[in-house]
Design a protein around this ligand. Sequence first.
Ligand code: ATP
Ligand code: MG
Length: 265
Amino acid sequence: MKIGIDAGGTLIKVVTEMNNERTYKKWLTTEIDQVAEWLSQLDNVDISITGGKAQYLDSLIKHNVKRSIEFDATYKGIQLFLEENDIHLNTYIFSNVGTGTSIHYATTHNQERAGGTGAGGGMIQGLGYLLTQISDYDELVQTALNGNRDKIDLKVKHIYKDDKTPISGDLTAANFGHVLQHINEDFPNSDRLAAVMGIVGETVTTVSIHAARQFKTENVVFIGSSFINNELLKNIVVDYTVLRGLNPYFIENGEFSGALGSIYC
Ligand code: ATP
Ligand code: MG
């Protein structure tokens, strides 16, 4: 059995492959000792590890493990997933929206890092908690679904009012910039969290679009567990990418790219 592990800042992604069958499993990074315990009970396994907690997980287990560079493993995994899904891209940007967001330019041969932003899944959880006291991930993303950003985010058309706007009036001019104009009104948790998804989704997309322009590609592949059960974030990213004339791609199990790729690096 082959086991590929991406031990990240928030989640540990595990892919196993045996007799052409693949399984996917996630653990919280706070459960890293349990992952080590599980691995320690296994014999006859080839273990590959990548990610920021790879060194630590390696130190907890007895096996000889193969270690690989996170960015290369992620690229390898994305290439495999794209191929398996019959998606053929000569060049693309991939944005890994994990705890933080890392952005890369990829060709059919390799990847190079193109940038990143601290807006990502960690910001969704942390800012989301500060604004609502909700720490449960599923409750957070479910609550955001029913939210309305109108009273919180300022759009270009709000500034220009009846005047003609130089860019689409529906673009966000200032995330959270509408709040003080509604100071005597209520801001339900759903609205607050929808605005959190807004700032994260728009920041991630903006940085990705700039990278796509810099590297002259029209394709952006979005991966990372931040999109799990988070349809709102996905929609924001898709709409904004399309609005800017680029092609967004999401791949099933994309958040396991690093774990899968580590097996094949
Ligand atoms: P990094 O790559 O930055 O080290 P990571 O690999 O741990 O971090 P991902 O697993 O891609 O990052 O994404 C983590 C994010 O996924 C969290 O910040 C959160 O927004 C989201 N998430 C999805 N499912 C869960 C869950 N069950 N528990 C906590 N966070 C979750
Ligand atoms: Mg990661």
